[in-house]
Design a protein around this ligand. Sequence first.
Ligand code: 26W
Length: 811
Amino acid sequence: MLTLDKETFKKAYENKYKNLHGEEIEEGNNQQKYEALGSLIRDYVIRIWMNTNKKYNISGEKQVYYFSMEFLLGRLLGDVLMNLGIMQVCKEALLDFNIDLRELEELEQDQGLGNGGLGRLAACFLDSMASLNIAGHGCGIRYKYGFFEQKIINGKQVEVSDNWLREGNVWERRKPDKSEIVKFGGEVKVQELNGNLTFTHVNFEPVLAVPYDTPIVGYENDVANTLRLWSAETVSNEFDYSSFSRGEFLKAIEYKNSVEAISQVLYPEDSFYEGKILRLKQQYFFVSAGMQSIIRHFRKHGGNILLLDEKIAVHINDTHPTLAIPELMRILLDEEGISWDEAWRITTNTISYTNHTILAEALEKWPIEMFKQLLPRIYMIVEEINKRYCEELWSKYIDQWDKISRMAILADGQIRMANLAVVGSHSVNGVAKLHTDILKKEEMRDLYYLYPNKFNNKTNGITHRRWLIKSNTGLSNLLMETIGESFIKHPTDLIYFEKHAHEKGVQEELNRVKKINKEKLADRIYKKNGIVIDPASIFDVQVKRIHAYKRQTLNCLRIMDLYNHLRENPNLEIEPRTFIFAGKAAPGYYLAKNIIELINCIADTVNNDPSVNDKIKVVFMNNYKVSLAEEIIPATDVSEQISTTTKEASGTSNMKFMMNGAVTIATLDGANIEIRDEVGNDNIVIFGMTAREVLNYLQNGGYCSIDICNENKRVNRVVNDLINGTYHKDRDRFKSIYENLITYNDEFFVLKDFESYVKAQNKIDNMYKNIHKWQEICGINIAHSGVFSSDRTIQQYATGIWGSELIYKNL
Ligand code: 26W
């Protein structure tokens, strides 16, 4: 932990400012003040960073590398200040210069290099690894453009590129001396040398991978791990004119562009796989660079390659980095000259894999022809892995051809990445109990029977440092006053809050804190959307990617139903509610975009109808991102976790809301089940189909949405409201939603769950009438949220999968 007094900090800041900008602080604007602050803090961090790296090199402890195509870090300044333990000093020092730290924090661009849950999980994991003194680092891509910025124009989503590096990035360090070459295309020359086959990759196109390192600072423990993100460049940084004959200047530029395209932009799809060659290039690019640099570093410090798996763990975040398996094999075979069997032992022991989705349309399968052309040597290795693996299957499952072909890595002209990931790693985990059960019993059943010991569950978590202590200071202060500070280092100590949740005084305090957070959000919504909302109303929130399986449509239909009721019974006694939505749709996902339009049209209609306005309002906040989530979640009363049971692998916003004292309305899906188990049925509102019922329909058929529509008047009415001009004069406007529900038989069982959802919502309404009881429930949720800290999750990964040495400070 840094010890810094205010005066020292002020001096240092003033110096930094002058050195950087060549003028007095008063003359500058906030952007310059932010840059000076970031740069000063980075100087402090660099000392810690160097020491941590030295310590790792000397101790030789096992190093974990978390390979992920996405890291959704959000802003770093506030987190770094908190973790260094200098937030207060910094705030007060800046105040003496008339600078508001909050204003500077807001100038930082979100680092939005991820789509949603999977990317944010990676960021929480980095924070927990550093805070638990685990030598764990991230490896990914430094996209020049992150997840697109979402604008709403005439109610529709419009995508704008996210130029997050425009003003520079104070946290990263370019390390050109640590660059690696990644080879694409070309051919493999096979030769026999002294009875051994050698493989030489020739005529390839080299791409230079340049690392940019960002320190990941642990919580008050003098640790800074590394997030290494790779950027693609041409091998000679200047245009290599000489290799292009004269007159081919344009070709040279085209070549440069095609290389740089590799790390140009994050693919904005998170649930639908398209076999795009650029994405395959991205995957091999960062995996190859990462693996080569790990081995180079390991070698440099005298590591014995045969013991690699004792000193290094590589974790792959979903199948996107699966090529780490054949890439490590390539290095061991071709560069280290190790035998196949030994290389395979080292590789499988080094690599572990997490599955994050069971949506069939999200599973990655690369066309063999494309793959072979782009990565000829890697393809040969995959072929050999498949050959040896299939031989094992043939001897085990005699004549069971169907089963063998289901389990193969290469089949139907495609490479199935999930099968490769399972075969080439020693551990396969799901991200919540139900999800892992479904993987074992349904999705990966055959593989599970073949390798039962590989499969395990690691329920997701979130870092309570960012999501509670930093983003909800009101609540964390109240918690500290009530139960002390131990929960900061030991989040399960939040349980001590449970007995206080029954105290009237504490309930009132909880209510006061929530009210302040709601007022702030209401203010923000007024400024951003021009909509006046009542902080005394229930804030009912659904913020996440827009997707059919997450069922924003169910929420919409229920609001439409409530609206009908209110118009018919203006005196209906309900608690006033504000429905808040946010989330991005994949640019090519028509239905999801249509859902955004529907939400905005409902908002227009409802908000402009004075007859219901003291009761309900609807808001769609544009451009959902980490920093916006940090404003919305602390102000939420009702957390909507309403996915079709079996479809949401875990969910992680459910945990954030719970930790911030919201009541969850949920299906028994993903980690909602574990939240229910923690808080008990009285402190969560559950509705909808069970996993069994859903799986039954999916396997045996028998669901008919039209029947429900015909039988249930309320359902019938709201479904028709989609196409009868109530929400848009163009009656075809929401046709895709309507057709999805009716013509295509409602794949996600929205209509089936409608009635039980309405009942659950009515229950919420009744519960809120007794605000003391309500706050008691919120308090119980907070008290039980500690197990959902990613510290717990990371300890389980470290002991159960990575075998890293755990050193807990101050235990
Ligand atoms: C190929 C396109 C693609 C890209 C990303 C397909 C699938 C993905 C991710 C696996 C999607 C994702 O973010 N999954 C979410 O992972 C979270 C962290 O484990 C879970 O909490 C969510 O339930 C799951 O949807």
